[in-house]
Design a protein around this ligand. Structure first.
Ligand code: DX5
Ligand code: ZN
Length: 240
């Protein structure tokens, strides 16, 4: 890990973390190279086990293969039961940030898992599903590098954003200011050109965008639109 601070490791914030879930996985290497050439530096890798969520994706071997082709930062979102059992494999494969779900393991095991991840010099985040209230994770925030707010039920790309989840971003932002904490706020699911500025304005540093980029043929053009939207927001928040 080059930096101990996730904000410094990712450098330009806010920025998008591009979810590869809905891209043409048979063409993954070329897609990642194209994203990198467009100045994308964070990739969001969605790991699903068919149990925690009703869908299956990929695992450590794919992350390991991809690691050879890109310098992008790997934001690994584990939607798996009992993540403490296999987390080391994702770390060994090249994850730089491991985000596990609050709902995926017993509460008394959460702190140990955070320490296990961080002892590997890897950044650690916790994600909360739409029905989980923010205060549940307050005890862990001082140890965490990131909180991932799910703005859809995890499992599938291309869903409509659940607007009732968006206020969690503001709540987390207020809490980190009040407690002088460093964790970043990410949000995942249903983020598009129409809502990304509002999401950032509420305090989100790292919005995850998947389907809105890969549902069109020329995804490069979409990437540029999202990049300009995050920059405009940065400018606006500076003048405030
Ligand atoms: C959903 C995944 C998301 C998803 C992103 O369970 O965690 O990362 O790909 O959502 P969309 O596709 O709506 O941008
Ligand atoms: Zn995700």
């Amino acid at each position: 890990m080059k930096s101990k601070n996730l904000r410094r490791a990712i450098k330009k914030l806010p920025t998008i973390s591009v979810s590869l879930l809905n891209c043409d996985l048979a063409n993954l290497k070329n897609i990642v190279k194209k994203l990198e050439s467009l100045d994308i530096n964070v990739l969001h890798l969605d790991i699903m086990d068919g149990s925690f969520v009703p869908n299956l994706t990929f695992g450590p071997p794919l992350i390991k293969c991809l690691r050879k082709y890109t310098k992008c930062f790997f934001d690994v979102h584990l939607m798996i039961e009992q993540p403490q059992k296999s987390v080391q494999q994702y770390i060994n494969a090249g994850a730089e940030l491991v985000v596990f779900h609050y709902e995926a393991l017993d509460e008394q095991k959460i702190q140990n898992l955070i320490f296990k991840i961080k002892n590997n010099n890897i950044f650690c985040g916790i994600s909360i599903k739409p029905k989980t209230e923010v205060p549940k994770i307050y005890p862990y925030l001082k140890y965490l590098d990131l909180v991932l707010v799910m703005t859809v039920e995890p499992g599938f790309g291309g869903q409509k954003i659940l607007t009732e989840c968006v206020s969690k971003i503001k709540l987390l932002d207020e809490y980190r200011k009040k407690e002088k904490l460093q964790f970043l706020i990410s949000a995942d699911g249903g983020i598009n050109e129409n809502n990304i500025r509002e999401i950032i304005k509420l305090g989100c540093d790292l919005p995850v965008v998947g389907n809105a980029i890969f549902s069109v043929k020329n995804f490069g053009q979409k990437v540029k639109i999202f990049q300009s939207l995050t920059k405009i927001q940065k400018f606006n928040s500076k003048v405030k």
